[in-house]
Every structure is written in C-alpha cells, then in structure tokens.
Write a protein that binds this ligand. Structure first.
Ligand SMILES: Nc1nc2c(ncn2[C@@H]2O[C@H](COP(=O)(O)OP(=O)(O)OP(=O)(O)O)[C@@H](O)[C@H]2O)c(=O)[nH]1
Ligand SMILES: [Mg+2]
Length: 286
C-alpha cells in the first residue's frame, strides 16, 4: 500500500508568511479551477473527503497542506499541496489578484517544492493561464508532470491526440532550458480510475517515499492470507481415499467413529519455491 493512502489534513494557508516552516518535500497540484485537482488528491490518497472537491468552480480558495506519514508518526515525511484553481471568472478583482500573487509566489519561491503536478482538462490543455503557471515554475529547475484530467470525456483517439500534443508542447519548453528537467504527461480520470498508479509513482518518487509501505496490521493480514492459501493448496492436493472403521469397534461406521482417510499427493512445488514462499511468510509476519 502506498504511504499516500495515509495522508491527512495538516494546515490551510492564505498568506505566504503562514506556510509551514518544515523542511520536508512537497508536491503541489496546480491547474484551472474545476480541473479536478482536489478530486485527484482524494483518489491518489484513496480517500473520499481528504480534499474538498465540488461541481462549483472556485471550491478550493486557500492552499491546503496534507501531511504524508505512517500511522502514529508524529511528523509528516512529506506534503501534498492542493492549490486554489486559477481562471475562475466569478472571483472579484482584489481576490483574484490575491490568489494570483499567492500562487505565483508559492510556486516560484517555495524551496521545499520538489515538483508540480499540473492538471489540465484533456479537452482544453495549455490555456494561457496554464502556460503562465509553467513559465513561473520552469526557472526553479524542478520537474512538471501533467495530468490530462477527465479523460473519460474523450474517445481513445481524442485522448491519444491530446497526449501527443501535450508532449509536443512540453518538449518545446524543454528545448528552452539550459539544464534538462523532466517534463512529462499522462492521461488521467478520477471517475474511471485511470492513470492512478502512474501518477502515484511520480508523486511518491518526487517525495522520496518508498513505493509501498506495509503496516503491522497489514503484515498480519497478509501473513494469515498466505498461510490460508498454502493450507488450502495442500488440502486441494489431498485425495479422498475412503472411510475406515477404527479397530475393535462394533458400531456401524458414522461420522463420529470412523476415520476419514486422505492421502496427500506429492507436492508439485520445487523445494526452492517452497523455501521462497516460507521466507515471504516469515518476513511478512515479522
Ligand atoms: N468526468 C469527470 N469529472 C471529474 C473528474 N475529476 C473531477 N471531476 C469533477 O469535476 C468537478 C471539479 O472537481 P474538483 O476536484 O473540485 O476541481 P478543482 O480543480 O479542485 O477545482 P477548484 O477547487 O475550484 O480549483 C467535480 O464536479 C468533480 O466531480 C474526472 O476524472 N472525470
Ligand atoms: Mg479544489
């Protein structure tokens, strides 16, 4: 299981001065309002209401930090950061200015930011504001991973075209850089659960999280599951070989007094496979 699944709310910030004074890495999710940022954070963290998503654009109005840490760990190992969406027309002039300044200052100056997940609706990628965001962030020399969201709204060929075009634009940006930095893209759909593992791998890699993290409780469940499977395997190899009466009994054979005889077939697993299975059980149980 990914450590991301154990993310929990940490803090909401409305001014740069309130950003957490921590040294752990962060990954921020940026994009137009309604692109699906908050929904994607929930899906990547396998939770329903970690970040607030809404049909109404402009739902996320502050910078929300979610800490990633093993259960009971006192401090987060890393943060996921849900940014307010840009391009929401209904926001008043001064609020729009405030958000824009907050966003641009955050992505340009936050040294803990390891990478930017740029979320764009697959039907209309690279609006002016998306390009603006890329241009703010590129000088930091950190990677960008584009999620082309709501891929469920397009056909396969439309998705393939959108991805190809997006990669072309990113390659254009990469050419302008003196030092190469990964600028990658993928298709994504929270609704159809498409592209989740690929996105998790990128985010976990940027945050230097281990690929998987098995808690003690999960170890016990996994160990008992494996033990159960091995047991049922051996039983499946057992062949019914009849009911026998115990010696020195005159009572008719019934289920209580008779022996049920099973013979085990020879185990078809090689000794080395059995050794590996046992080692896996022992390490899970540990
Ligand atoms: N069809 C479809 N709808 C989606 C998908 N992801 C999100 N949505 C919907 O899009 C709407 C906006 O989602 P949010 O996650 O709140 O978007 P946001 O980018 O956080 O929006 P702001 O907070 O306003 O910046 C919601 O109604 C979601 O249910 C998806 O993959 N497919
Ligand atoms: Mg949001």
């Amino acid at each position: 299981m990914s450590l991301l699944h154990q993310a929990r709310f940490f803090v909401t910030v409305n001014h740069l001065r309130d950003l957490p004074a921590t040294a752990v890495p962060e990954v921020a999710f940026a994009g137009r309002s309604n692109a699906g940022k908050s929904t994607a954070i929930n899906i990547l963290c396998n939770q329903k209401r970690l970040a607030f998503s809404s049909r109404t654009p402009g739902r996320t109005q502050h910078i929300n930090f979610f800490g990633v840490a093993p259960v009971k760990a006192p401090d987060p190992l890393a943060f996921l950061v849900d940014l307010p969406g840009y391009g929401y027309a209904q926001v008043s002039g001064s609020a729009k200015f405030h958000w824009q300044a907050l966003l641009s200052d955050y992505v340009q100056t936050r040294s803990q930011l390891s990478g930017l997940v740029l979320m764009m609706d697959a039907r209309r990628p690279f609006t002016d504001l998306d390009c603006q965001m890329v241009e703010w962030f590129l000088p930091t020399g950190r990677p960008i991973h584009v999620l082309l969201t709501k891929a469920d709204k397009l056909t396969n060929s439309e998705n393939a075209l959108a991805l190809r075009e997006t990669r072309k634009v990113l390659a254009g940006y990469a050419e302008q850089l003196d030092t190469p930095v990964p600028l990658t893209a993928q298709l994504f759909s929270s609704l159809k659960r498409r592209g989740i593992e690929e996105a998790q791998r990128v985010v976990a890699g940027w945050l230097s999280l281990p690929d998987g993290c098995i808690t003690q409780a999960q170890r016990r469940v996994s160990a008992s599951m494996i033990a159960g499977k091995i047991k049922s395997f051996f039983f499946s190899q057992a062949a019914w070989s009849g009911t026998r009466q115990p010696h020195r009994t005159s009572r008719p054979a019934d289920s209580r007094t008779s022996f049920r005889l099973f013979s085990l077939k020879p185990c078809p697993l090689s000794p080395s496979t059995v050794r590996v299975a046992c080692a896996a059980m022992i390490s899970l149980a540990g």
